[in-house]
Ligand binder design. Structure first.
Ligand SMILES: NC(=O)C1=CN([C@@H]2O[C@H](COP(=O)(O)OP(=O)(O)OC[C@H]3O[C@@H](n4cnc5c(N)ncnc54)[C@H](OP(=O)(O)O)[C@@H]3O)[C@@H](O)[C@H]2O)C=CC1
Ligand SMILES: CC(C)(CO)C(=O)C(=O)O
Length: 301
């Protein structure tokens, strides 16, 4: 089974390592030629606690790679990097299943516009992955990857096989018939934890401190829930906060490193949904604009 994984970041490298362990023919497509060469020459290392496993993988840069001919393509880039990937996939007339391994919302709609002939899937992942360097990923937390179809819920054989094989290789993974609910739940979690931890520059656990940050987190959650059908309950958000208490959210880290964030696909999505429903969401507007402002200021140095 041939798998293309677009994105040599934390999520893409983690998926690549387990897919390779499961005996699949894996090609990692990286943004830069330099990372592709490093992966080919040095292999891909995965750290689990003290254990380190090395994998020999194929890697090519996005510019030169052909994206055709895969049994399944996994897209594991951040939301703001999606457009060129969809453009290239559509120019290749790829029509096999495409699995988006991304947080936030909007990728399935953009994918459907760009790739009308491809069966599209979304993956909601609670595994933690951290890219140590261009050839090393750390599996920081055991979670689960759930993959489900965008449309009628039909699961292609290739997606089923990918999930079964990843799971037996040690990356907990399963298919689901209710991916929309899971995406809404993950969006709720991200719409509360990510902007607040990014603005305050605190670890996730600080939002359950029984103090002022928790008051704000609970109020922001209530607002998000008033807009999103199938939003996660506060108990679920709290469980993630406690389960990842010592971690810094991706948005917190992105701001800290002066990188763009996924805020448009997270709180931006909630703002749009609120506008369409005619619901006022002042706290979401406040955190959204705060993150956008910090993003711009940090990018300008
Ligand atoms: N890390 C985690 O634990 C989890 C992440 N996610 C989600 O998964 C998605 C990916 O996140 P993550 O892996 O952490 O992010 P990273 O920033 O670590 O990785 C994204 C990668 O995409 C690469 N990229 C950008 N544009 C292209 C392109 N045109 N072609 C090929 N590669 C490209 C980047 O390259 P370069 O480095 O050269 O810029 C980068 O390596 C996000 O939506 C995130 O929210 C979800 C659950 C858990
Ligand atoms: C679940 C959470 C909040 C973990 O940090 C996450 O998905 C992120 O940081 O983007």
């Amino acid at each position: 089974m041939k798998v293309h994984i677009i994105g040599g970041g934390a999520a893409g490298l983690l998926a690549a390592a387990y897919a390779q362990s499961a005996g699949m023919d894996v090609g990692i497509i990286t943004r830069t030629e330099k990372q592709a060469l490093m992966l080919q020459e040095e292999g891909l290392s995965v750290q689990h606690g003290q254990e380190v496993r090395k994998h020999h993988v194929r890697a090519e840069s996005f510019e030169t790679a052909s994206l055709a001919g895969a049994d399944i393509t996994i897209v594991a880039v951040k939301q703001f990097s999606l457009s060129p990937v969809l453009e290239k996939l559509s120019s290749m007339e790829a029509d096999g299943p495409v699995l988006f391994l991304m947080n936030g919302m909007g990728h399935l709609e953009k994918g459907a516009d760009a790739l009308p002939a491809s069966p599209l899937y979304s993956g909601v992942m609670t595994h933690g992955a951290f890219r140590v360097d261009p050839v090393t990923v750390r599996h920081t937390g055991q979670g689960i990857l759930k993959a489900g179809a965008a449309g009628d819920g039909y699961i292609d054989e290739a997606v089923y096989e990918l999930c079964t094989r990843l799971d037996s290789a040690g990356l907990r993974c399963e298919t689901t018939g209710s991916i929309a609910d899971m995406m809404a739940e993950k969006l709720t979690v991200n719409a509360v934890i990510n902007p607040l931890t990014a603005i305050y520059q605190v670890e996730n656990g600080a939002l359950c401190d029984g103090g002022f940050f928790e008051i704000n987190a609970r109020e922001l959650h209530a607002e998000v829930k008033s807009v999103l059908p199938n939003a996660a309950e506060w108990d679920q958000v709290e469980e993630v906060i406690r389960g990842t208490a010592e971690n810094y959210s991706s948005m917190c880290m992105d701001l800290r490193k002066g990188r763009p964030t996924e805020v448009d696909a997270i709180t931006g999505y909630v703002l749009n949904a609120a506008r369409q429903k005619g619901v006022k969401v002042p706290l979401t507007g406040f955190v959204h604009h705060s993150v956008k402002g910090l993003e711009r200021r940090l990018a300008e140095g």
